[in-house]
Design a protein around this ligand. Structure first.
Ligand code: 15L
Length: 270
């Protein structure tokens, strides 16, 4: 059984993923915050903005699912520490520890300034909608470098919004159900021919803004479609600000800060 490191393991996305992947891989969890592990998991508390911590958690694993970092738009110092320094440390520690395979949770916000009337695939030029989006593009660029220069196997998932149900009209287009997330992550861990791939981390939504044929080529067959929630969600939707409504990234294209879900739950600010 492969040993897989999940960084940012105390976060929401990881909590869904751990449930879905239990029993399939030996999970090594790491986070800056203390957290409860369950049977079959190990936990190492670590601050990935410190290289010795990054080296410690990546030692001896078969693959890394790098979810750790600051997950929304916010102050540059915070994003820099978590998503630039932290992300670099994870790639570099993986290289030094000879971990070949790394899955990186990039985001729809790396391309959030594409308009909603455009359908984009994995080959489009980046169009980040925020400093947060720029930090995700940095991670994508690191992935490209480490694949080409060091032969690492890099799987970049531009994740939409992971939730048991889509939250609003924008999320009908980018919803990613926990079981589809688990399927895509398993492909990223186990597919024998990954060199460098960009895929969209979304379910099979009828309203999708993405041509996700690269994920499908690798065997991804999403089981969920947000359309079954559309009526209920659209009935509740209030008319929004017209500028963010034009763009895939929504409010990220206009605001300087988005409420941090981790801080609101009482988790540590990164
Ligand atoms: C993201 O990249 C964030 O990590 C997540 O918290 C959501 O804001 C999501 O995008 C989204 O666009 O809904």
């Amino acid at each position: 059984m492969k040993t897989v490191l999940i960084t940012g393991a105390a976060g929401d996305v990881a909590s869904y993923l751990r449930r879905e992947l239990a029993g399939k891989y030996k999970l090594r969890l790491s986070d800056k915050r203390k957290m409860q592990k369950t049977k079959g998991e190990t936990f190492i508390q670590a601050d990935i903005s410190k290289m010795p911590d990054a080296l410690k958690i990546t030692k001896g694993v078969d693959a890394i699912v790098h979810l750790g970092g600051y997950s929304v738009e916010g102050p540059w110092e915070t994003i820099h520490k978590a998503n630039i320094v932290g992300c670099y440390n994870i790639f570099e520690a993986a290289r030094r520890n000879k971990v070949k395979r790394i899955l990186f949770a990039t985001s729809n916000h790396a391309v959030g300034f594409y308009r909603r009337d455009q359908k984009i695939d994995h080959r489009v030029y980046i169009k980040p909608d925020s400093r947060y989006g720029v930090s995700k593009v940095f991670g994508e660029a690191l992935g490209s470098l480490y694949a080409d220069k060091y032969g690492m196997e890099v799987f970049l998932m531009r994740i939409g919004n992971v939730n048991p149900k889509p939250l609003d009209k924008r999320r009908l287009s980018i919803w990613f159900s926990p079981r589809d997330l688990a399927q895509l992550v398993s492909i990223g861990i186990d597919h024998p021919d990954i060199k460098f791939e960009i895929v969209y981390g979304v379910s099979g939504n009828r309203r999708s803004w993405y041509d996700n044929s690269n994920a499908e080529r690798l065997g991804y067959k999403p089981q969920d479609d947000s359309e079954s929630y559309a009526q209920e969600i659209l009935a509740k939707e209030k008319p929004g600000d017209p500028r963010p409504e034009q763009y895939q990234g929504g409010i990220f294209v206009v605001v300087e800060e988005v409420a941090n879900p981790a801080a609101e739950r009482g988790g540590a600010k990164r």
